[in-house]
Design a binder for this molecule. Sequence first.
Ligand code: BMA
Length: 368
Amino acid sequence: MNKMNICLSFLIVSSGITTGCSSLNSQNVQPNRVSDTETLLESLKESAAKGYMFGHHDATIYGIGWENDENRSDIKSVCGDYPAVISFDLGHIEHNNENNLDNVSFDKIRKEIVNQYKRGGIISLSWHLDNPMTDSSSWDNSQTGVVKSILPGGENYEKFQGWMDNLAGYLETLKTEDDEKIPMFFRPWHEHSGNWFWWGQDLCTVDEYVSLWKMTKEILTEKGFDNLLYTYSPNGDCADYMEKYPGNDYVDLLGFDLYQSDNYINQEKFISLIQKNLSIMDEFNKETGKPYAITEIGYETVANPKWWTEVLDHAIGDYKPCYVLVWRNAREKGEEHYFAPYPGQLSENDFVEFYNNPKTIFLNDIIK
Ligand code: BMA
């Protein structure tokens, strides 16, 4: 396809000098990919000026009607290209389990993180960790005080430190075979403005949430993870976006999650909320210099054949998110819980049109 090539500088960093795409081709440079997180961040800002990257959760692990096929992705089956961003979830790494909460093995996640990195794509990690008070899921919001209980002095402090050790133990293994650390985004404590997770809006105070965030980053930094960039992403209306913002030193990427749904946020409301939120992001971007993304978005089952061009792209308009990411195509839930098209899906042709829009950035737009 004749799309503009987004030559992200991080793909071609060599000896600390960023060069142009042609240099990569002509000099046989061994691309060091994202050699450091700063380069990744700068590259993201550059690409946002040109368009927005498309992302999909668990894209290369499973899709509708398949699982664990090598080099497969529903997005690729529809448009021939991989998403530029792929996210993965670390839920249950706190127990050192073999599989995550969606029954994907952590070995497979590691493999796909390395694959995505080697392809030149961007990686983001979320963490739907269990409730440390009840050992039930992230969604166990049955009591307040869980966040407080894992902060210093709290009854679950030691337990949570152990969970952080388990998280760190896994993050430590996310390297290439040459022992190269992989720069990536980490998006902990997401959707905290809703009330469905135990760290949600009414389940902890502003101070507790901010302390939790700071503690998380400080622990990982102390353990030597200089390859992580931190994404802050509340859910829904971003009117009070900064209420629980942990501070500029603790956040690298601004974001928000928002879904269209027939019951709660219909198409009209969805478009206007996206635009409202993006204008808020735009303001904070001007103030802080930080890029922003729509860290989760989608319309379950994409029940509108023109959703990609007439709703999503239309809503984004001239705003400059660096990426938009749709959630997973759950292979275990029949054809009920998916957010990206697959061959034969209602919005397939519209997605190809969306792909062909020079504004949308997929993997090939990055590496060519
Ligand atoms: C939710 C759903 C769940 C899943 C969770 C973590 O939105 O997709 O089925 O367990 O994300 O991936």
